[in-house]
Every structure is written in C-alpha cells, then in structure tokens.
Write a protein that binds this ligand. Sequence first.
Ligand code: HEC
Length: 276
Amino acid sequence: MAGIPEHLLKRAQERRDALAGKTAESGDAGALATNLPAKTAENKPAASAAVVSAPPPPPPPDPAYVVAAKSRKKIPFWAMATLSLLPLWAFLYVLAVKPQERVVEGPLAVGAGVYGSCAGCHGAGGAGGAGRVLHQGEVLKTFPKIEDMLNFVYTGSQQYVSAGLKIYGNPDREGGAHALLSYNGNPMPQQGEKYGGGLTEAEILGVVCHERYALSGADPQSEEWKSEYEKWCSPESEIFAALEAGAANFDNLAETYSAMENAPARVGTDPRPSGK
Ligand code: HEC
C-alpha cells in the first residue's frame, strides 16, 4: 500500500464508481476502502485504459520552486519609474563628464590658470623673484585703478620706456612711485597681442583679477573694492564676458561702457596713462 499514492487510489475508486453506475453499494465507503488494495492491483491495466479515454487528468502539482517562480512578482513596482529616469540620468552624466565650458569660468578662475606663466618670475604666491612683489597689497599700491594695471600688463615696461615715461602706476604710491626698469633692470614682458604677447584681453583681465584679489588680498566685500570687483572680476562681470566673446576690447571699453555706473576709465593698449 505504501507504494500507491493516495490520489491514484482515489481516482481509481471514482472510476470504478462511475463504471458500476453508482449503485447504492458505492455509498458504502468503508466497505470499498477495505477492498481497494487488491482490486486496484488486479484492475490496473483496465483502469489505466479507462483513464486514457477519460478527460485528461489534472496535471501533477508543480514542484515548490515552480510555484515560487510563478508567484514571484517579476518586475518590481519601482522599475518603470526608475527606467523612465534613465534619459535624465544620461543627460546629467554627459553634462558632468564633458569639459567645463569657459563661460562658466569667471575671471578669477581663468586668471588662476593664466598666472602659471607669471609665477616663474613673480613667485607662485606673488612673493616676487625675477619680477616684482605682487602679494600683500603691494600691487594694489602701484595700481589703485585696475585699468592702469591692465594696460601695464598688456604693454609691458618697454612700451612705457619707448614713450619716454619714467614711472608706471600711481605717482603718489605709498613707499614711492615705481620707476621703470628700477627693480632689477629687467622689463616686465609685454603680454598683449598687439606687441606679440600670448594672452587674450580676457586672459589679461583674468590674471590681473587673480593678482589683485587672490594674491594681493583685495576684499571683494569691502567698500574700497566692491564696485571694482563686481564690474571687472566677479563671475557675472559684463566686461569680462564681452572681452571673452570678442564683443569689446581694451581700446573701446571706456566708450562701450560709458553709460555704466562707475564707468571704466580708458584702458589703452598703448602706454599713455589712463584718463589722458
Ligand atoms: C620674465 C620675468 C617676468 C614674467 C614672466 C612676468 N613678469 Fe611681471 N614683472 C617683471 C619685472 C622685471 C617687473 C618690473 C618691471 C620694471 O621694473 O619695469 C614686473 C612687474 C610687474 C608688475 C608691476 C608690479 C608693481 O607693483 O610694480 C605687474 C602687475 C606684473 N609684473 C604682472 C605680471 C603678470 C600678470 C605676468 C604674467 C602674465 C607677469 N608679470 C610675468 C618680470 C616678469
């Protein structure tokens, strides 16, 4: 008996009941049950044949792992939402890995990079060397007005000397005006394109901002420097943007921005002192 599964016994019994035409005797479950083992064994071939012609038996119950696989939710509820964000993710990814565009760099960021070409003479922090000391407010004493410093860096010492000038920057400089070629006899090399220098005007503005605000310590929040900073050196500087886009240049800045509050003084690309 142990070898015959319960459901087969039951099915055979149902079959026999059907063939016997449901006699009153078939209701006697107890009597039938006791007869079952022997009869089932004898009748097996007949019973199987009957089963074949009968409607197909129910499929065997699924093994546990199939049941588990069928009842599992195949796509998590958050999958669609997550997948629909993929294009956004791809977009942000591309934004993040592509090289920064220059427009997002303000003058100070540009200038910090450009200053690498000045550091050999002026020192990485502006402490001086073959070139003059720029840090600790020194360069601000020489050039209280940024326009004069832009011009000097553009032309270099030599153009001033050639124009017959003796000093550059503020003549009333604290500690004395800086006479041309008086530091160690060497000139400040010209940087502007007109004289064969390698920097654009936007780069010159950037490096000058770096020297004034990062090296020399001008405070962009202070009364003294706030308006200069906003106009020339802040990331929102209209002038810097115009120089970078080629929409303005040093020669026409004063004209172009004459309507601006606190309009820029003349920045030459020749050595005439500003305002003259
Ligand atoms: C080859 C060395 C050398 C390099 C490179 C150099 N300078 Fe100079 N710089 C000098 C010398 C020398 C002077 C003094 C000029 C004079 O006495 O006429 C000077 C003076 C200056 C001054 C005037 C400082 C003051 O207070 O008198 C500024 C501003 C300046 N340089 C900015 C720059 C910038 C910006 C760069 C880079 C774009 C740069 N220099 C690269 C040698 C150099």
